[in-house]
Write a new protein. Sequence first.
Length: 605
Amino acid sequence: MADLKQESRALIAAAVNLLKNTKNADSPDISAESVTAEVPPNPEMGDVGFPMFPFARVLRIAPPVIAQEVAKLLNEDASFKEKASKVGSFAAVGPYVNVKLEKGDIVRTTLEAVLAQKQSYGAFDETGKKPLNGRRVMIEFSSPNTNKPLHLGHLRNDALGESVSRILKAAGAEVYKVNIINNRGVHICKSMRAYQLFHEGQTPEKLGVKSDRFVGDCYVEFEKYRKENGEKAEAEAQNMLVEWEKGNPEIHKLWKQMNEWAVNGIMQTYKRTGVSFDKFYYESETYLKGKELIQQGLEKGLFFKAEDGSTRVDVSEVVGKNKDGEDQQKVLLRKDGTSVYITQDIGTAVSRHDDWSFNQLVYVVGNEQNYHFKVLFYILKKLGFEWANQLFHLSYGMVNLPEGKMKSREGTVVDADDLINQLRDGALEEIASKGREEAVGSPEEVAEKIALGALHYFLLQATPAKDMMFNPKESLSFNGNTGPYLQYMGARICSILRKAEEAGVKAADNVDFSLLSHPAEWALVKALGEYPATLKKAAEKLDPSEIAALLYEIAKLFSSFYHDCSILGIDNSALTSARLALVRCVKTVLENGMNLILVPFLETM
Ligand code: ARG
C-alpha cells in the first residue's frame, strides 16, 4: 500500500503545483512529503483522502473548488491521466480528493513485502528507510526503591519502558536501556530498622520467602512500629541515615545485606516478565556527583544558601510563583548537607551522558513526578549542559485495581509477583475448563505466557498518559480487546498452517495475489499494510497503544476472513495458495507486533 499511497501524494502535489502555476501564484512548489493523507470515514469513499485546505491560501481558491480542479487534472489532463489510472481512481469529495487505490497492486506489494522482510516487516517507511535511523536514545525505566518488591505500578512502568525500547529499536534507533536503583535514603533505613528490631539473625532463605518480599515485610512492620512509637521511631530511622552517610561499618553491612535481598528479588521479577537493562545505576554511587555539581552551581551563583542553611534554587521561572505570588524554591541539599532525591538525579544524568552520549534521554516515570522532572531539567539547563534540552519525561498515569488504591506502607499494595501468579492460576483454570491440558503440552508454561500476555496487553493498550483500572479477570478473557485474544488468533493461524502441511499443501512460489479480491481479504491486507506507518507513529509518540490497537484490528479482521473465506478443501488450489500466503503474512505481522508489546506468541493454546 505504501508505494501507491506515496505515488498518489506525488500526483496530488504535481497537480496542485500545476494549478498554482496556471494561476500565477508566486510561491515555491509544494513537495509530495508535505501532502497530508487521511483515512476517509468509510471505505466506500476511498482508501486515502487528501485534504485541500492547506493549499487554499497559496491558490486563493476555496478547498472544494481546488478538489474539483485537482481531480479533473488527474483524470483528464494528458500529462497525468495514464499514471493516475495506474494508481487508482481519484474523485473530489467536498474539500478532499479521495483515491480508491488499485487493489491488485496493493495486495501484491503488501504481501510480497511481508513475505520477503519477515521479522523486519514494518521497520521501513515509505522511502525504504528506517525512520529513526541515526537516533541514539537512552531510556530509563523501572527504577525501584530497594525497600520493597515491585508492585502493579512498576509493572506498567516496566511494560512501557521495555515496549517503547523495542519499538524504537525496530524503527531504527540505537537504544540503551538504563535503570537507577534508588538504594539509599530514609525509606531503606526504615526496613533496616525493623530488621534490627524484629528479625535479627533471620534470612529470607531460612524463612523460605522471596528475598525482596522479606525486605518489604520489614518496611510494613516499621510502619506499624512508627504508629505505636511516633517520633521516636522516625528519629531512629533518620539517625540511621546519618550513620550511613558517615560510613558506619555496621550500618553499611546491614544496608548491603538488605539491598542485596531487595535487588536479587527484583531481578527475578524482571526475568520473569521479560524486562532487561543495558546498565544499572545505583544512587549510592551517583549522589556524591550530584552534591559536587550543586557545590559548583553554588559557587557560580546559580543556587543560593537559604537562611536555614539549606542550599536552594529559585524555580519560579519554570513552575511559576506560588499562590501567594512568592518565588518558588527547591531544596537541593538539606541544612545538614545531606542530599535529597533530586541531588542524585543531577549526578545520575551527568554520569549517563558521560557514559553514553545520547541525543535523547527518556525517563519513564509516573505523572506524580511531573514537577520533579520539570525542575530537574531546568536545573541541568541552568548548570549549562547543552544536552539538557534532549531530556524527556514520558509521564504515565496511575494503575488502580477494582478494590481501590494501594499503599505500600500499609501493606495493601499489590505485589507484582502475586498478581502474575493470580493471572497464571486463572489461565490454568481456563485451560483445564476447556480440556486443553494435553493439547497445549505444558499447561504451566502456557498459562504463564497467557498471564504475561494478558497483563502486558492490558497495561499497554491504553495511552500512557491515562490513568487506568486493571481488571485481572477482564484482561484474561479470550474474547475482546485482550492479549489472550491475540494469542488465541495466533494459535489458530498456527493450527491452520499445520493442517495445510498435514494435507500436503506447500507454500507456492508463484502466488496469484489478484485472487484475493473478497472484501474480507482486502480489509485484512489493508490493515497489514498499515503496520509500518503504525510502528513509525508509535515510535514518534512513544506510545505502544498504537500497535496494540492495530493488532486487535488485524485479529478481528482475520476472524471475519476465516469465517467468510474457506482456505483448505476448496476446489481451487491457486486460491488456497493465495489465502495461505495471506495467513502466513498475518502470522508474521502478529508475531512482530506482539513482540513489541510483550505479548508472547503461542503456537498452541
Ligand atoms: N525510585 C523512584 C521511586 O520509586 C523513581 C525513580 C525515577 N527516576 C528518576 N531518575 N528519578 O519513586
